[in-house]
Design a protein around this ligand. Structure first.
Ligand code: UT7
Length: 324
């Protein structure tokens, strides 16, 4: 008998305002055609003024609780993956705890930028397998629109806002790869690449929140190789191979990175959940958004083998293999 962290609920939230690529043509030297062909992005959602990351996160949490048929006090813990918290502290997780009316347990944030949700899933799995929590709400929530330099065409057209959530529950499995739940995690970071993607402000340096800076092309060249390697490592740890993968649910930064990684993993694009065209890059929210969209549309079904993989600032990257 083996303990497993099994997905028992999912949900997501996207802010109302949708901005099409063409809107950027009015303010910067860009085109719908460039954005589509270089990134695969067609539109993105932006949070309204006064709508904060914790608001998006709480909406996704409420949807996940409804999907699981649970109430907030059935949870033991909340982990929020975010790099765009409402305030420097307290954590977005404790704000969500208050917003959904959870009066027990604990919450904290995890910050691994675009790989944040993979790191949060792995952390939740650790809490569950060590018996510290039985039910964990894991959220990815971001308002990257707040850290955009709107005059920088190389970054401002790429990012969006949103939130997605999963609820994991401790269940007993057989210890084989047929078990539902998280089967393996693989986490990596390498601070030597920290200048490839960063925000040029912070509490202990400038005292401001800063703006996102990215060497897109250099990062692009790192991405496919590192994503394929971490996905392979997660599969190998789980005792699975490429042919076992039902769905790749990748971080949604760029369609060309997603295609290149799927090709290296020998998984056809029909088995990849794509949301990049509608959401843009929502950093730590992109994987839970794509999982929730994939499951609610009926594509990801219970028992399917799902492989998630993400890379972002740090660089930090990782993958989780789980049976839905
Ligand atoms: O989520 C975290 C991880 N992030 C990523 O994984 C992002 C990785 N990088 C990428 O997705 C791609 O590198 C980008 C989409 C950011 C850029 O695509 P690219 O094919 O690597 O283009 P590039 O940066 O090499 O730029 C090509 C050209 C440049 O012009 P020159 O120097 O060739 O004349 C840029 O100035 O495209 C220009 N350019 C633009 N043109 C029109 C850059 N941004 C724009 C723009 N509109 N918005």
């Amino acid at each position: 008998m083996t303990s497993r962290s099994v997905v028992i609920g999912y949900g997501h939230y996207l802010p109302e305002q949708i901005v099409e690529n063409a809107a950027f043509e009015k303010t910067i030297d860009t085109s719908d055609e460039w954005i589509r062909t270089r990134s695969g992005i067609e539109r993105r959602h932006f949070a309204a003024k006064g709508q904060h990351t914790s608001d998006l996160a709480a909406e996704a949490a409420t949807a996940a609780l409804a999907n699981a048929g649970l109430s907030a006090n059935d949870l033991d813990a909340i982990i929020v993956a975010t790099s765009t918290p409402d305030l420097t502290f307290p954590s977005v997780a404790t704000m969500v705890q208050q917003k959904i009316g959870m009066e027990r347990g604990f919450g904290f944030d995890v910050q691994a930028v675009c790989a944040g949700f993979v790191f949060a899933l792995s952390t939740a799995n650790g809490l569950i397998l060590s018996g510290q929590a039985r039910r964990v709400l894991v959220i990815g929530a971001e308002t990257f629109s707040r850290i955009m330099d709107w005059s920088d065409r190389s970054t401002s057209v790429l990012f969006g806002d949103g939130a997605g959530a999963l609820i994991l529950e401790a269940q007993t499995g057989s210890g084989t790869t047929d078990d539902r739940g998280i089967l393996a995690c693989d986490l990596n970071s390498d601070g030597r690449y920290k200048d490839m993607l960063y925000v040029d402000g912070g509490v202990s340096s400038t005292g401001t929140s800063g703006k996102l800076r990215m060497q897109g092309n250099a990062l692009f060249r790192q991405a496919v190789e590192k994503l394929a390697a971490t996905a392979e490592a997660a599969l190998e740890k789980a005792g699975l191979g490429h042919a076992d993968v039902d769905w790749i649910v990748p971080h949604q930064a760029n369609i060309r990175i997603i295609q290149g990684t799927a090709k290296k993993l020998n998984v056809p694009m029909e088995r990849v959940v794509l949301t990049v065209q509608d959401h843009g890059n929502t950093s730590a929210a992109s994987i839970p958004l794509a999982l929730s969209v994939g499951a609610s549309s009926g594509r990801i079904k219970p028992g399917d083998l799902v492989l998630t993989e993400a890379i972002g600032g740090g660089l930090a990257w990782g993958a989780v293999a789980l049976r839905w």
